[in-house]
Design a binder for this molecule. Structure first.
Ligand SMILES: *Cc1c(COP(=O)(O)O)cnc(C)c1O
Length: 429
């Protein structure tokens, strides 16, 4: 089984550290060999051995319309035929800016970059430049890309591999990053009481998706907004994952909270490299070339990437898209919980829009500590039993999952049938 993947992985390990170009892909926490894929279409992936999978990773979030969606592919092909990059402004970038600012009232101006990492790094530099302050507040288990000062108690692969705080980051660089527990309003208030005049900004995932899936409490978001306003700090919503994934107005629209700055990525590139950050006009005016905060990129606003993003957003912003996607995703989670209960496995789940969390514990986690109390061994057994039956989940207990508009009821039925067997494996130990 998967012989060709195994052979390719062995060859890759000789030339690429860990055999992969991004750590979680290596299957390090679940064990076994990563699957090498040949192609994807709709909700399905085909690996290099010719085996087919129902995909719930969606390239870690971007592919909200599924793989190789014809409209997106056509837009990319048409853009590529007109030239790959100009390093000069294009009408497409303006169109993207109009779509993003039109969808998000908090975003008066926006700048495009090429990844989520770049978006958050730039937004927080801007927050510091605008306020003239240096302290930043982040939350344990949230991942904001791999820039130095944010790799403290981070989520995603950093968490999966047991190095939430990276080596190679001098202590001086993270000394200005304060890390608090997610959903702990009292800790936020206390931190502002002690350091309020020095805090440039607070950054968070408005639904945490890099320590599995953890919802914010309404009170937590309210306190963050209130404390930032009161102390002149900027509230930065990192919506790289949740943006146009949980709703047409992103998480900020769902929760009715207006951040000062927002970062985007993943879905807005539709599978191509696009990131963005934007927000208040007075803050964005501090960016070069208007202001003193420097930020640049050779391939920023790349026409081929932006074309993929625009073709994706056009579909995502159609009326009814998120009602349908949300209903589909809830039915997936409900079906999996039903199978787990029938098998007698402690299990729960949650979802918003096309993003979901599955937990090997009886109740949904509200904190990082509760996420850590889930049964990781059970997850690993479940993961491999599902993989062997052709269901591709993220290879880590600490990642959210994703449903696309290409997933059909038949895909879910096949997933439930696989889960029935997989939960029996979990139960059997
Ligand atoms: C994926 C992610 C990032 C990093 O984006 P990249 O494109 O991988 O650099 C940042 N923040 C959040 C919330 C993410 O999910």
């Amino acid at each position: 089984m998967r012989d060709r993947s195994r052979a390719l992985f062995e060859r890759s390990k000789a030339l690429i550290p860990g055999g992969v170009n991004s750590p979680v892909r290596a299957f390090g926490s679940v064990g076994g060999t990563p699957v090498f894929f040949r192609e994807g279409r709709g909700a399905r992936l085909v690996d290099v051995d010719g085996r087919e999978y129902i995909d719930y990773v969606g390239s870690w979030g971007p592919l909200i319309l599924g793989h190789a969606e014809p409209g997106v592919v056509a837009a990319v092909q048409a853009a590529a035929a007109r030239g790959l990059s100009f390093g000069a402004p294009t009408e497409l970038e303006l169109e993207m800016a109009e779509v993003l600012t039109g969808a998000l009232p908090s975003m008066e101006q926006v700048r495009l970059v090429s990844s989520g990492t770049e978006a958050v790094m730039s937004a927080l530099r801007l927050a510091r430049g605008f306020t003239g302050r240096s302290l930043l507040v982040k939350f344990e288990g949230c991942y904001h890309g791999h820039s130095d000062f944010l790799l403290v108690k981070a989520g995603s692969g950093a968490l999966t591999f047991g190095h939430p705080t990276s080596a190679g980051v001098p202590p001086e660089l993270v000394a200005k990053t304060l890390v608090l527990p997610y959903n702990d309003s009292a800790a936020v208030e206390e931190t502002f009481r002690l350091h309020g005049a020095d805090i440039a900004g607070v950054v968070l995932e408005p639904i945490a998706g890099n320590m599995n899936f953890v919802r914010p409490t309404p009170e937590f978001l309210r306190v963050l907004r209130d404390q930032c306003t009161r102390h002149g700090a900027l509230l930065v919503f990192d919506e790289v994952m949740t943006g146009f994934r949980v709703g047409a107005k992103c998480a900020q629209g769902l929760f009715g909270i207006t951040p000062d700055l927002t970062t985007l990525g993943k879905v807005i590139g539709g599978g191509m490299p696009v990131g963005a950050f934007g927000g208040r006009r007075d803050v964005m005016a501090k960016l070069a070339p208007l202001g003193p905060v420097y930020q640049a990129g050779t391939l920023s606003g790349n026409p081929v990437s932006v074309s993929a993003g625009l073709a994706t957003l056009k579909r995502v912003l159609e009326p009814g898209f998120f009602e349908r996607l949300g209903t589909a995703t809830r039915s997936l989670v409900a079906g999996l919980v039903r199978e787990a209960v029938a098998a007698g496995v402690a299990f729960s789940g949650d979802s918003e829009g096309g993003m979901f969390g599955l937990y090997f514990r009886a109740t949904r986690p509200g904190t990082f500590a509760e996420v850590m109390q889930s049964d990781r061994e059970a997850f690993n057994r479940f993961f491999h039993a599902m993989l062997d039956q052709g269901v591709y989940l993220a290879p880590s207990a600490y990642e959210a999952g994703f449903v696309s508009s290409a997933h059909a009821p038949a895909d879910f039925e096949a997933t439930f049938a696989a889960a029935r067997k997989a939960f029996a494996v979990v139960r059997g130990g």
